[in-house]
Structure formats: structure tokens, C-alpha cells
Design a protein around this ligand. Structure first.
Ligand code: SIN
Length: 299
């Protein structure tokens, strides 16, 4: 990840610092205002991001344009997918994706994913060239629930039993494009629960991270996944074992949101999921995605 940011003449000098979120994944970045990042802040963020896989910035106060502007300083942005309401996000800002259960005046949700659980996944891995990074900004949060979990796929692979690892070396996995993580059928597709025939893309099971070069497990999402070349039964058994290992608690961080948090994760090195929350409560998040600079390559 490379980029530039504009210096704001009014910002005060202070050294950014990192604080671990948990043992195996993520850092909180203290002392950076994402609305006015300096070039030195940006290189600090990029180094920390590539090393730690997920970064949390508390207490941010960003307009839509500032969220998009900061995200763009990390690389080109993807346009947001079409929301479940059939609309593309925010007029004039096609890069902004709205994740929300809040209903608009027409009674339809203003964003995607509702209030249910969002299953473990990495963003848009059904594409040939999935996004490198995602940034999620909390605007409204429910009083309880809706935590976002991150799992570290370097640590998962590093601690994988040898017999399990030997079964995936050199293999590819199909990443389903039919359903989003909330279980909704994506716009333009039809429901299909057959891993052999569903829409999707094959990616290496173990990738070389394009920046760090480290081998990393690349699972995408469980639903409709398929290990190419195996019988469906063998593939299901292997995937069940991989997912049980990859989401063990010691590889995970559960983020309890505060308004103004920005959580940023590396889609090439992490999985994420979301807890359900009370459907009558309001949750509003804005997401941007930094476009993939290279397709996933085998380690
Ligand atoms: C996502 O899966 O990208 C959204 C996670 C969340 O709503 O916390």
C-alpha cells in the first residue's frame, strides 16, 4: 500500500503510537486525526497495517468526503457494491458503502446486512481481484451487540497442525459470489446452494501476501466454498476442519464499537464477522474499500 496525504497547516505535532488490541491481531493507533493526516502519519499507518493486519482509530470525526479522502490516500478505491435495497450507496460518493438496518422513509433499509449475524468472511473474495483493505466507520451503534470480529490468517497458518496444512498446500478454493455475509443473494444473481455450480472464483488456499511475502491462509467464506479437485464430501470435511481451526478464539479480536471508531483491516490477511443486534436498535456504518493491486498468488 502506498500513497500521499495532504498536510493541514493547523494540525499540532504529536507522535502517533500503537497499542495492541489483543495477542494475535490488530493495533489501536493513537494520536492520528484521519481528517488531517500528515505524510508521516500515512507511512506510519501503512507500516502498522502491513505488520498487524487490523488497525483501530478511536474518536474520529469524519465527513463522508473525509472518510473517502483518507481512504483514497491509501490507494485507488473500489466502487461500492449495490446495496440490498438495489441502490448504490450515497449520491456523489460511489465509493461509500452503507451498512445499516435503519429504514428510510420508504420503509426499505438504507443500507445492507440488516441486524443479523454477518458470517465470517473476507470482503468480495468472489472477485478475481478482491480489495486489499476495508475501512469501517461507526456513525450510529446499538446499545449492545453488533461487535465486529477479526481473525488473523497469518497466525492461523503458523499454528496449523502439519497434517491439516499438508492437505491444502498447492490447492485452490472456490469463493462463492452468490450470497453476501448476511445471507442475502447478491444483486443480479439467483439463489444456488451447490458449491460445485455456484458463481465464484478459485484462489490459492495459501497465498503469499503481496507486501510482506508471508504465507497466509485465504479462506474467503464458508458458504458454498469448495476445494477444487476433491469430491464434494472430501471438500466439506477439509473446509470444516480449516474453519474450525481458523476461527479459534486465540486468533480473534472482538471489537466493541464506539461512535467515531474507524476499524481498518487487511482483506488478504484477516477474516471478519459481525454479531447480531436488536433489530429495533439503530446501527449505521460507512465502509470504503481500497482496490486490490494484485490478484491473490500462491505462496
Ligand atoms: C462487513 O462485514 O463488512 C461489516 C461488518 C460490520 O457490520 O460490522
Amino acid at each position: 500500500m502506498t500513497g500521499t496525504a495532504t498536510q493541514d497547516a493547523t494540525r499540532t505535532e504529536r507522535a502517533p503510537a500503537l497499542r495492541p488490541l489483543t495477542t494475535n491481531v490488530g493495533m489501536e493507533v493513537c494520536g492520528i486525526d484521519l481528517a488531517h493526516p500528515a505524510p508521516a502519519d500515512l507511512s506510519f499507518i501503512i507500516d502498522a497495517f502491513n505488520t498487524h493486519g487490523a488497525l483501530l482509530f478511536r474518536g474520529q470525526n469524519l465527513s463522508n468526503e473525509q472518510l473517502v479522502g483518507f481512504s483514497r490516500s491509501l490507494g485507488d478505491l473500489d466502487e461500492a457494491p449495490v446495496n440490498e435495497n438495489g441502490q448504490t450507496a450515497v449520491p456523489g460518493l460511489p465509493e461509500l458503502y452503507v451498512i445499516s438496518n435503519i429504514e428510510g422513509t420508504d420503509g426499505a433499509p438504507i443500507g445492507s446486512l440488516g441486524s443479523g449475524e454477518a458470517a465470517w468472511h473476507t470482503d468480495m473474495s468472489y472477485l478475481e481481484n478482491p480489495p486489499d483493505a476495508s475501512l469501517l466507520y461507526a456513525i450510529e451503534i446499538p446499545p449492545a451487540g453488533g461487535d465486529t470480529w477479526i481473525a488473523n490468517m497469518y497466525a492461523t497458518l503458523d499454528h496449523m497442525p502439519a497434517d491439516l496444512r499438508s492437505q491444502i498446500e498447492g490447492r485452490t478454493i472456490k469463493h462463492d459470489g452468490t450470497y453476501n455475509s448476511g445471507g442475502y443473494v447478491r444483486q443480479g444473481l439467483v439463489a444456488n446452494d451447490d458449491p460445485l455450480t455456484c458463481e465464484g472464483t478459485l484462489h490459492p488456499a495459501v497465498c503469499a501476501h503481496p507486501v510482506t511475502g508471508r504465507p497466509v491462509l485465504y479462506l474467503g467464506r464458508r458458504r458454498n466454498a469448495y476445494v477444487d479437485g476433491l469430491s464434494l464430501e472430501e471438500s466439506e470435511a477439509l473446509l470444516d476442519a480449516l474453519w474450525a481451526h481458523a476461527t479459534r478464539p486465540e486468533f480473534c479480536y472482538a471489537h466493541k464499537w464506539r461512535i467515531g471508531d474507524v476499524l481498518m483491516w487487511d482483506n488478504r490477511a484477516t477474516l471478519h464477522r459481525r454479531d447480531e443486534f436488536d433489530a429495533t436498535a439503530r446501527r449505521l456504518m460507512h465502509r470504503t474499500q481500497v482496490r486490490g493491486k494484485s490478484v491473490p498468488r500462491p505462496a
